[in-house]
Ligand binder design. Structure first.
Ligand SMILES: [Mn+2]
Length: 309
């Protein structure tokens, strides 16, 4: 039997890696800078944790999933499910997961160079994603892709099947709507906020004061910075690569997604090194951030306003 969707986090020192989004070269470089051998072992007994969103946007999602899968299977790493990984698992086709369906992805009318999946890769990716928990925890630390919410975590604890849990709450929420009278935006918000799978993997949302243009679409919802009201054990998450000047950490939370998923935009602009969008790992218990290009900084500096790229 599969274990439940909230699992026990490894004991010992950890390196918690942000959203990789198909960027295999920065991932290999980061693991090297962190001191991991090719087989994923570490001389100091450290182990890896991935906060999810392994795929989409970058050049080689199949290679990233393959590497992380092998690390997880050999007991060198743990990984939680991100919203991009979830979309693939639920067979939700999005503008940036065409690679999985063997289709080229275009952005601004140009093809984004990517390795495309074949049947073998699709099968391996789906099998691996089906094994992933939504959250992992131990006495001093919690890890989730987008947001920690105790009520939603409690629901995830009772399930061992992320697809079944998603469907169950999707249907319950649909049934809660009377025939008429709930606006589409509010229906969308209920699906986002009240479905534990959505809430934990892509975070709470609220009505925006003004419509927002995002990825070429007009949206009437906006993300809620849930960490401002969070109380509980230290929580590390990813997902929020754009923090709009908010601090990355507040003493009880830390966001480790430094935006490498959009690095293809920098490459397209001719940047070949010293990228402003990075892949990072948050070291626990040290609370130091290490980047794929090797620099590291204590997180004190991240409690100040983030320097925007
Ligand atoms: Mn995400």
């Amino acid at each position: 039997m599969q274990s439940c969707l909230v699992q026990r986090l490894f004991a010992g020192p950890l390196d918690i890696v942000g959203d990789v989004h198909g960027e295999i070269d920065p991932l290999k470089s980061l693991l090297r800078h962190l001191g991991y051998a090719k087989d994923g072992s570490h001389a100091d007994g450290r182990r890896l944790v991935f906060v999810g969103d392994l795929t989409d946007r970058g050049p080689d999602s199949p290679a990233v999933v393959d590497l992380v899968r092998r690390l997880v299977e050999s007991g060198r790493a743990q990984c939680v499910l991100g919203n991009h990984d979830l979309n693939i698992l639920l067979n939700h086709k999005k503008h940036d997961n065409g690679w999985f369906y063997g289709e080229e992805v275009t952005e601004d009318g140009q093809v984004v160079p990517q390795v495309l999946a074949d049947d073998t890769v699709r099968k391996q990716v789906l099998e691996f994603f089906r094994t992933l928990p939504i959250a992992i925890e131990r006495a001093d630390l919690r890890i989730v892709h987008a947001s920690w919410c105790d009520d939603m975590i409690a629901l995830a604890r009772e399930s061992s099947d992320v697809i079944a849990l998603y469907d169950q709450h999707h249907n319950l929420i649909e049934q809660s709507f009377p025939g008429l009278g709930i606006e589409e935006v509010d229906q969308g918000l209920k699906h986002q906020n009240d479905n534990p799978v959505k809430r934990l993997t892509s975070g709470p949302e609220e009505r925006a004061a003004q419509p927002i243009v995002a990825s070429g679409k007009i949206r009437f919802e906006q993300r809620v910075n849930w960490w401002n009201d969070y109380q509980g054990r230290f929580c590390v998450f990813g997902h929020y690569s754009i923090l709009d000047g908010q601090p990355r950490g507040n003493g009880s939370t830390f966001c480790v997604d430094y935006g490498v998923g959009k690095r293809w935009t920098e490459r397209r602009a001719g940047v070949t090194q010293d990228y402003s969008l990075k892949l990072a790992a948050f070291r626990w218990p040290e609370q130091v951030v290490v980047f794929d290009e090797g620099m590291d900084e204590p997180t004190d500096s991240f409690n100040a306003t983030r320097r925007e790229p």
